[in-house]
Ligand binder design. Structure first.
Ligand code: 4AD
Ligand code: MG
Length: 451
C-alpha cells in the first residue's frame, strides 16, 4: 500500500491528530520568532501542505527533498483545514542556494531553459495534472463509445497529409562525403519517415473493427515558428466505419463536450490557477465549449461572410486556405461559439478526402473554437477506388506506397470518416497558455531541440 500523498492528507480530518508522513520538496521556509513554517509540495495537488515546528530551520533550503513525520492538526492558516506539526524532519537531498527556482516569478522563456526543473513550479504541476486528466478522459470517451484503441506505426513509408513535412529516418552515414544515398542499403531497404498522422493505418482497422482510435506521437518538419506548432506532438485520431461527415461532426462535438466538462469537474483548483494567473477568461471559454452546440457552415458560405469584411491582413477569396484571423472571425463573430466548417476546395486539402458531386470540394471539416481557430481537422474519406486512384495520381504521390490503402476500397469498401486533434493544442486551449512549447514537457520545434 502506498503512503498517502499530500492531496490525500489535505482532505483528511485532523480531529484525532493522526500520525502522518509527508514526502516532497520544500517550497518555502519561514523562520519566525517562536515558530517555523515549512511548506512542502509533492506535485499531487496545487497546494502544498504547511508543516510547523518550534525549532528554527535556518539550514533548510527551498528545493530540498524532505521526509517529515508528524501529526495532522487543525490549521489556522487561511485556505487550509489541516497542517502538520513536525515531530521529525529529515533532509533527503539538499538544494544549495543556486537552486534556480527560488520563491519569485520566472518567465516562461527562462523556465524553458530549465525544462528539467520546471515541473516543480505551480504552473507546470497544474499543467501536468490537467494533461493527465485529459489524456485519461480521451480514453474514457472512446472506451465508453465502443472504440478500440490501436497503436499505429511511428516509422512509415507514406505521407498521409501529402504536405511533404516529413522527417526522414535513416541509418545511412550522412557524414560520409560525397554522400550519395542508396536507400536499398538503408535499414529498411527503402526510404522511411516519422509519421505525420496515424490516420491511414487507423482506416484499415476501422474497416474491420468499425470504431478505432489512435493516440500517439506525430512529427512534422514544418518551419512554422508559431506559438501553436510543435515538430513533435501527440495526436488523437478516431476513425469510424459506416459514418459520413455529419456523423463525424457530431462525434467531434460530443468528444469536445466530454473532455471539457470532465476538466471543469475534476480539475477545478488547477483551472482556477490558470484563470487567476495566466488567462482571465479561461473558465468562461472552457465552459462555453462544454455547453454550446456547435454551428455548421460550409467553406463557401464562410468565405462569403469573410468577403463582407475588409479588415483582414490576408484578403480572403474562394479557394484560399483559411488563415487564423479568418478562422477566429468565423467562430468569434459569425458563429459566436464553436463552428464546424465543411466542404473545403479539394486543392487545399489532402488526397484522401471524399470528393463532392460538384467535383470542386471535398467532405472535409475543421472545428474552429473562439480564441484559437482550428482545433480539429477531419473528413469523410474517399471510398471509391477509381476516384481515390485519380486523387493519388493528381497529387503526385507514389502509387506503390498507397496500394494497400487503395485495397481498402477494393475489398468491402464502406463510407468512413475520422478526425485528428493535437493533444497539446487541447491542453493549450484549456489552460490559456500562450505558447504551445510550454504545455509539453520537452518541446521540439524548428531550430529547437534542447534536452
Ligand atoms: O489537420 P491535420 O493536419 O489533420 C490530420 O493530420 C488528419 N490526418 C487527421 C485525421 O483526419 N485523422 O491535424 C490535425 C490536428 C490539428 O487540428 C491540430 O489540432 C493538430 O492536429 N496539429 C498540430 N498540433 C501541434 N503542432 C503542429 N505542428 C500541429 N499540426 C497539426
Ligand atoms: Mg488541419
Amino acid at each position: 500500500m502506498m503512503v498517502p500523498l499530500i492531496k490525500d492528507l489535505l482532505t483528511m480530518a485532523a480531529s484525532d491528530s493522526p500520525e502522518v508522513t509527508v514526502r516532497g520538496w520544500v517550497r518555502s521556509v519561514r523562520n519566525m520568532a517562536t515558530v517555523c513554517f515549512v511548506t512542502v509540495n509533492d506535485g499531487s495537488s496545487l497546494e502544498g501542505i504547511q508543516c510547523t515546528t518550534d525549532t528554527q530551520q535556518s539550514e533548510l533550503k527551498t528545493g530540498s527533498s524532505v521526509v517529515i513525520r508528524g501529526r495532522l492538526i487543525p490549521s489556522l492558516a487561511s485556505g487550509q483545514t489541516v497542517e502538520v506539526q513536525i515531530e521529525e524532519l529529515t533532509v533527503i537531498g539538499e538544494a544549495p542556494p543556486d537552486y534556480p527556482l527560488q520563491k519569485k516569478r520566472h518567465s516562461f522563456e527562462f523556465l524553458r531553459e530549465i525544462a528539467h526543473l520546471r515541473a516543480r513550479t505551480n504552473t507546470f504541476g497544474a499543467l501536468t495534472r490537467i494533461s493527465n486528466r485529459l489524456s485519461f478522459a480521451v480514453h474514457e470517451f472512446f472506451q465508453k463509445n465502443g472504440f478500440q484503441h490501436i497503436h499505429t506505426p511511428i516509422i512509415t513509408t507514406s505521407d498521409t497529409e501529402g504536405a511533404g513535412a516529413l522527417f526522414q529516418v535513416t541509418t545511412l552515414d550522412m557524414e560520409r562525403r560525397p554522400f550519395v544515398p542508396d536507400y536499398s542499403q538503408d535499414f529498411f531497404g527503402k526510404k522511411t519517415f516519422l509519421t505525420v498522422s496515424g490516420q491511414l493505418e487507423a482506416e484499415s482497422y476501422a474497416t474491420a473493427l468499425s470504431r478505432v482510435y489512435t493516440f500517439g506521437p506525430t512529427f512534422r518538419a514544418e518551419h512554422s515558428n508559431t506559438t501553436r506548432h510543435l515538430a513533435e506532438f501527440w495526436m488523437i485520431e478516431p476513425e469510424v466505419a459506416f459514418a459520413d461527415l455529419n456523423d463525424n461532426a457530431a462525434l467531434a462535438e460530443d468528444f469536445l463536450h466530454y473532455l471539457f466538462a470532465t476538466i471543469l469537474r475534476d480539475c477545478e483548483s488547477d483551472l482556477a490557477f490558470f484563470e487567476k494567473n495566466i488567462e482571465k477568461a479561461i473558465l468562461a471559454t472552457v465552459q462555453q465549449v462544454a455547453d454550446s452546440s456547435f454551428s455548421r457552415i460550409s467553406y463557401t458560405d464562410a468565405v462569403k461572410e469573410l468577403e463582407k469584411q475588409n479588415h483582414f491582413t490576408f484578403k480572403p477569396f474562394w479557394g484560399c486556405d483559411l488563415q487564423t484571423e479568418h478562422e477566429r472571425f468565423l467562430t468569434e463573430q459569425v458563429a459566436q461559439g464553436p463552428v464546424i466548417v465543411t466542404d473545403y476546395p479539394k486543392d487545399i486539402k489532402a488526397f484522401y478526402m471524399k470528393l463532392n458531386d460538384d467535383q470542386k470540394t471535398v467532405r472535409a471539416m475543421d472545428v474552429l473554437v473562439p480564441r484559437l481557430g482550428e482545433i480539429i481537422g477531419g473528413a469523410q474519406r474517399e471510398d471509391n477506388v477509381e476516384r481515390l486512384e485519380r486523387r493519388i495520381r493528381e497529387s503526385g504521390l507514389n502509387r506503390g506506397s498507397y496500394a494497400w490503402y487503395v485495397d481498402l476500397r477494393r475489398f468491402g469498401t464502406v463510407p468512413h470518416s475520422g478526425f485528428g486533434v493535437g493533444f497539446e493544442r487541447l491542453v493549450q486551449y484549456i489552460t490559456g497558455m500562450q505558447n504551445i512549447r510550454d504545455v509539453i514537457p520537452y518541446p521540439r520545434a524548428a531550430g529547437y531541440a534542447n534536452f
